[in-house]
Ligand binder design. Sequence first.
Ligand SMILES: [Zn+2]
Length: 325
Amino acid sequence: MSKDYEVLLYYKYVPIENAEEFAAQELAFCKSIGLKGRILIADEGINGTVSGPKSVTKKYMDHMHSMDKFSDLWFKINEADDFAHKKMFVRYRPEIVSLKLEEDLDPNQITGNHLSPAEFREAMKDEDTVIIDTRNDYEYELGHFEGAINPDIKAFRDLPQWLQENKDKFMDKKVLVYCTGGVRCEKLSGYMVREGMGKEIGQLYGGIENYGQDEATRGDMWEGKMYVFDERISVDINHVDPSIVGRDWFDGTPCERYVNCGNPECNRQILCSEENQEKYLGGCSHECRVHPRNRYIEAKGWSQAEVAERLAAIGESLPESAATN
Ligand SMILES: [Zn+2]
């Protein structure tokens, strides 16, 4: 059944004059048509994910396509039941994806080979190839390509250093990189080409998003789901033989439910069932469970005695200082 809303994912590296002013204009336009989402605009281009009723997303796409610079802008479209965002943000930034290379580069000048989903799948099957997931650790944990390396980074800007430290693993091999919609790989693969990392660098054009929708691949060889930075949290990619790779933080059983640790100073994203979240008082560790500002306990409204009882059930107790309060 067809749905009433759409989520759009898009980017383009193209010089934008007066980008800061352009960002302000775009914000006004997006608000005026009732679009929601997050758009980053820099002197080097645009990167966005927005959502709305189909009549609204159409207006937005027509608006972008009416500008010469964006007449060929490629929107990856996903149907949805509702808005995937709460608000509309358009921000002017130094980069459309924050990589912060010491020496910046233009992906229109230097970048890895753009591979279609079918080409990327073929390339993944090559024994001499190393596949590197360029996303963050929590994105990898929910789903990834079979056999892909997890650099286990917390933020994208940490990746160049990881690559430098691990280049022995792929220096004399063919390398494939991929990300959600393709934008992160543009500069990153350019950096790898510049640094001579790998015999050949290929990037998945249109990202995992496009790979899942592509008629030829339909998400084949993708394991688990794909993490997305909006209200949906995750989306299906593999329509051939779907599987679950996410594991419950507490008991290791298959799980795809994301929550944030209750300790506001930790805020770690973990996968866990509703049951285990309650059992472990919403905290990823003992320290987080007994943190005085644990939001999960606050929301539940548990008394000190109830907290003590629940901790006892998992073999833990309140620290001395808190217990004597
Ligand atoms: Zn925590």
